[in-house]
Design a protein around this ligand. Structure first.
Ligand SMILES: [Zn+2]
Length: 161
């Protein structure tokens, strides 16, 4: 099945802005992490796990029992929870400006978009882990990616099951 990227651009944009509206400063990204987990469940992924670091995990089962691929995007932003998250649409130049749109709501939306596409495609050659990681920005110091989460997948749970 071919993917019509242009037709889906608006849907990806709307998903991006839905994520962007959930405050997620580093260290307080749990609400956004739960939202991402729910979105993955709605897409049919099971199990979807959230670890103690607020990393979210789902897995796309692949054809072969070879090392898995991990695709990740961070949920946290540099903006404090009191930040006005309003966005500005520049219709003429076809741009949208707002706190955390590009870093990293679009990344998280793309992760979910990827997950949605794979619901309608043949299984990929290998298992693919979708991971929304936490604590990437500033003092977060990549906490999510450095936690036991992704290494646990890579070392002991590289396959979906
Ligand atoms: Zn970032």
């Amino acid at each position: 099945m071919a993917i019509d990227f242009i037709a889906q651009r608006q849907a990806l944009l709307e998903l991006t802005l839905e994520i962007q509206r959930i405050p997620a400063p580093t260290g307080a990204e749990a609400t956004r992490a739960r939202w991402v987990a729910d979105a993955l469940r709605k897409l049919g992924y099971s199990p979807v796990e959230i670890d103690a670091f607020d990393n979210v995990y789902a897995c796309i089962r692949g054809e072969a029992r070879r090392p898995a691929l991990l695709v990740s995007a961070h949920t946290d932003t540099v903006f404090p929870s009191a930040t006005d998250l309003s966005v500005r649409h520049d219709v003429i130049n076809r741009r949208i400006y707002g706190p955390g749109v590009g870093d990293n709501s679009l990344g998280v939306a793309s992760l979910l978009w990827l997950g949605r596409q794979f619901r309608n495609l043949e299984p990929p050659p290998v298992d693919i882990w979708l991971v929304a990681n936490s604590g990437e920005e500033g003092n977060g110091d990549l906490r999510g990616m450095r936690s036991r989460g992704p290494p646990r997948i890579i070392v002991r749970r590289q396959h979906c099951d």
